[in-house]
Design a protein around this ligand. Structure first.
Ligand code: ADP
Ligand code: MG
Ligand code: MG
Length: 874
């Protein structure tokens, strides 16, 4: 095998073998750019290092030294020699960019002898000793593990002695003194002398790079980013060029376009008379690259040319590292530059228009998650912030407000127009009103799929969850974060895109749907096969979604309309009614409300289909909780309020009679519609009354009446017949024809398995994958996420939370069966998905593959789904 490659032998295509850095250095050399010569020890060598007991195998050591000799010859210099010393950098470089691995070592090859040689060959003693101390410092830090601070402290003490403010004020003798202290420090810390043999230095450095592949930071980074552990890292050994040889030298970083805004202009920073790490370390504040135009016009011109060349070559925005040695430009790295979501969109669209890439490529350059982050207000990137804690970035966007700990209080203040952040250890469905009223949610417990996270994402509200570094004290209405105590009413900001919790109010910027963004989504629309609908229960949500490009409503839940504070008393009356007459009366009031609701939604979705699901949850959800009632009754008994007491006791009786062991699998969905036909009848009347009224006004409505939780064909038969019957009657009375459909939600495994039977009655199917996942797995979502799902995922029993990413093997198989069986009976049947998976890119891809007609998701996910549906085609 061959385990070491000269830069001259490589190319960009060899990324897996040479790592990103090595492959691109080779590529730049190949296209004639000035790259200091060197060689790359491959990722395969790294794998062998680990396989053979963390030792670099003899044959590879041989290859490395052979390439070193070659390099010495090319450069006309020798590693460690006093006459004409060769210095090299040792740089790690994995196939995918990976922070957290070993840092670069510069100036390797220096020792007590060669430092004199460096002085003699450059005539600059200060420079030579500055290089030497930098080398000792970096090598000792990254290879020998001596703390960085200990070196800095030595420099500080020498500076103090010299009354110097900047490093640049120290002269050669000062650096010699620093070096002596460094050597003493190393002897003390490692019990051995700093290695003087340059070949030993080189091999130790190569080994340290290999080792760093398996350090804790790198392992965690790989886990989070799903990078395989067996890739390994390459090591680049490169002859040094010097940016610290005076004011005709320097070093810098440049981007071919602005990585923050995406604007097409050369952008970057540089430092005069400095070596690479100075720019990053922030020791001195770098200058804007524009200034280089004045200082070194020729170099600047050359950089612009290189920038254009590299961008055309790689067809993407490049992040370039360069060094200027005595007026000569060298390139030290290029890679596809990291960018903000906003920049990603602009750059992709601009490049497509410039003809550099195709529209399809442009679409692939932007991830659905980047689109998601563009739809929320964000913290002004230039704002100064005090971060007091960090949790999980559960729902993107940023918000500020007064800290409140109770959902009721959040609601009260919210109604007064006061901005609040709801802070809880965790949230439950009882807290929804508080979440609705708050600007954002912060929890100290719970993961990315916790209640708070899911609800907040659905509402497009910022949320930071699982922030275990804060401790909440409900009794005293305060929380502690590190040394800081935040009391109720104090203002904090949260950033749901980063997980940061920030003290005080931070400057926000509104989401701007740039022209480029709209254009890109337009291209996505041209390509995608899936249509994109939204889940919306209110006219306002419907309108938001329509502005984001929704092509209809895939799920309108009617129970939210029942929960409204104004209506709940009537709903309870309806449930409590003892005579048909009483029930009819209550239903009549509710029907009027429902008609209003439907009218609003039909109007907002004029001309587009609206799927309305008939009542789904069990009735007890609309009644007070048993414990609360018992408590109230006890109080009333003491007060002796007979009348009210009797009423409450009735309610309690009803609550107890409605109580179920397993409400999720109990009397709900179409089962309710069968047992209590009045409720569904009322809803159907409301739908068609509203539809007829609007149709008369010339507004086109396309209702789709959806029967939930069907598992048996007779349920569907009976209820669809009822819908047709009522629809017919109302349409005849009104003398109006409404284009409507009746269909069912597929959310039980049995329904999927008998989809052919169901297709005889259903004109559409919509997969309710939240329940379908629960019933296929036989687990309850809330219990699973609270009790064992996180454990399953961290122990790799499950790779992914099936409530976030659709389980293709199980749930997906049922979906495939249903699609096939349904279409066999009714080729025209419309099939979609309305679970939360409808807004998740991986699941959307699956829906495309199995031939669904549409996906439906929350309003803020609509643009995400449009892009993801296009990605599914590409
Ligand atoms: P990172 O992966 O952290 O960016 P690099 O290997 O790119 O680390 O090295 C960081 C910096 O060190 C480079 O940007 C460059 O300025 C400097 N550097 C690396 N190799 C050399 C070299 N051969 N000559 C001069 N400077 C170098
Ligand atoms: Mg670099
Ligand atoms: Mg359901």
């Amino acid at each position: 095998g061959k385990f070491v490659f000269n830069f001259k032998e490589g190319s960009a295509a060899m990324k897996n073998l040479l790592g990103g850095k090595g492959a691109n250095l080779a590529e730049m050399m190949r296209i004639g750019l000035p790259v200091p010569p060197g060689f790359t020890v491959t990722t395969e060598a790294c794998s062998r290092y680990f396989k053979e007991g963390e030792k670099i195998p003899e044959d590879i050591v041989g290859e490395i030294f052979a390439h070193l000799s070659e390099l010495e010859e090319t450069m006309g210099k020798k590693l460690g020699s006093r006459e004409n010393p060769l210095l090299v950098s040792v740089r790690s470089g994995a196939p995918v960019s990976m922070p957290g691995m070993m840092d670069t070592i510069l100036n390797l090859g220096l020792n007590d002898e060669s430092v004199e040689g460096l002085y003699e060959s450059t005539g600059n003693r200060r420079f030579a000793f500055d290089c030497y101390r930098r080398f000792i410092q970096m090598f000792s830090n990254v290879v020998l593990g001596v703390e960085h601070d200990k070196f800095e402290r030595i420099i500080e003490s020498v500076k103090r002695k010299r009354k110097a403010e900047y490093d640049t004020e120290l002269d050669d003798r000062d650096w010699e003194e620093v070096i002596q202290h460094y050597k003493d420090l190393i002897l003390k810390e490692t019990r051995s002398e700093f290695p003087q043999d340059p070949r030993k230095q080189l091999m130790m450095a190569v080994e340290a790079v290999f080792r760093s592949w398996n350090n804790q930071r790198a392992i965690i980074y790989r886990r989070i980013n799903k990078i395989p552990d067996d890739l390994g890292t390459a090591v680049n050994v490169q002859s040094m060029v010097f940016g610290n040889m005076g004011n005709d030298s320097g070093t810098g970083v440049a981007f071919t376009r602005n990585p923050s805004t995406g604007e097409k202009h050369f952008y970057g920073e540089f430092l005069l008379n400095a070596q690479g790490e100075d720019v990053v370390a922030g020791i001195r504040t770098p200058k804007n690259i524009e200034e280089l135009k004045e200082l070194m016009p020729e170099v600047y011109e050359q950089l612009i040319n290189v920038s254009n060349l590299l961008e055309r070559h790689y067809k993407d925005m490049q992040d370039i590292e360069f060094t200027v040695e005595k007026g000569k430009l060298y390139l030290l790295q290029t890679r596809n530059g990291k960018r903000t979501a906003q920049a990603a969109v602009k750059i992709a669209v601009d490049m497509a228009k410039e003809g550099l890439i195709t529209k399809e490529e442009a679409l692939m350059r932007v991830s659905p998650e980047q689109v998601a982050s563009l739809l929320h207000s964000r913290i002004d990137p230039s704002a100064k912030v005090e971060i007091i804690a960090k949790g999980l970035p559960a729902s993107p966007g940023a918000a500020w407000g007064q800290v409140v700990f109770s959902p009721d209080e959040a609601e009260n203040l919210g109604h007064q127009g006061i901005k609040v952040i709801l802070v809880r250890t965790e949230t439950t469905p009882d807290d929804i009103h508080g979440i609705v009223a708050a600007q954002g949610v912060l929890t100290s417990r719970g993961g990315m799929t916790s209640h708070a996270a899911v609800v907040a994402r659905g509402m497009g509200k910022p949320c930071v969850c699982g922030c275990d570094s804060i401790s909440i004290d409900y009794a005293n209405e305060e929380f502690k974060a590190g040394g800081i105590t935040v009391k109720k009413g104090e203002v904090i900001s949260i950033d749901g895109s980063t997980g940061n919790v920030i003290l005080g109010k931070v400057k926000m910027i509104d989401p701007v749907l740039s022209e480029e963004f709209k254009e890109l989504l337009g291209w996505a629309d041209e390509i995608r096969k899936l249509s994109v609908r939204t889940n919306a229960d209110t006219p306002k949500d419907a309108e938001v979604a329509r502005n984001f490009g929704a092509e209809g409503i895939g799920l309108c839940r009617t129970e939210h309309m029942f929960m409204d504070q104004k209506r709940l008393p009537y709903v309870q009356e309806m449930i409590m009614a003892e005579t048909a007459d009483e029930r009819e009366k209550a239903l009549f009031v509710i029907q009027n409300f429902q008609e209003e609701d439907f009218e609003g939604i039909f109007r907002a979705m004029e001309g587009l289909p609206v799927t309305i699901r008939l009542l789904d949850p069990p009735l007890h959800e609309f009644l007070p909780k048993e414990e609360e009632l018992v408590e109230e009754i006890n109080e009333l008994k003491q007060k002796g309020e007979k009348e009210l007491l009797r009423k409450k006791q009735e309610v309690l009786k009803r609550v107890r009679s409605l109580k179920e062991f397993n409400p999720m699998l109990g009397l709900r969905g179409c089962r309710l519609g069968i047992v209590y036909p009045e409720i569904y009848d009322m809803q159907i009347r409301a739908i068609f009354n509203a539809a007829c009224r609007l149709t008369k006004k010339g507004i086109k409505v396309l209702p789709e009446v959806e029967i939930p939780l069907v598992s048996n064909v007779n349920e569907l038969k009976k209820l669809t017949e009822r819908v047709h019957e009522i629809a017919k009657k109302i349409m005849e009375e009104e003398g109006i024809k409404v284009d409507y459909k009746v269909g069912t939600m597929l959310e039980l495994p049995r329904a999927c398995l008998i989809a052919d039977e169901l297709a005889r009655y259903a004109e559409f199917f919509s997969f309710g994958t939240n329940d379908l996942t629960q019933t296929t797995y036989g687990l309850s979502r809330d219990d699973a996420e609270a009790k064992f799902l996180p454990y399953y995922i961290s122990n790799k029993i499950l790779n992914e939370d099936p409530f976030i990413v659709l389980d293709r093997d199980g749930v997906g198989t049922l979906m495939k069966i249903a699609v096939e069986k349904g279409r066999k009976v009714n080729r025209e049947i419309l099939i979609g998905i309305c679970g939360e998976h409808g807004g998740e890119p991986n699941s959307i891809e699956f829906c495309h593959e199995i031939g669904l007609d549409y996906v439906s998701c929350s309003p803020f996910r609509v643009p995400v789904a449009r892009l993801a549906a296009a990605h599914a085609v590409l």
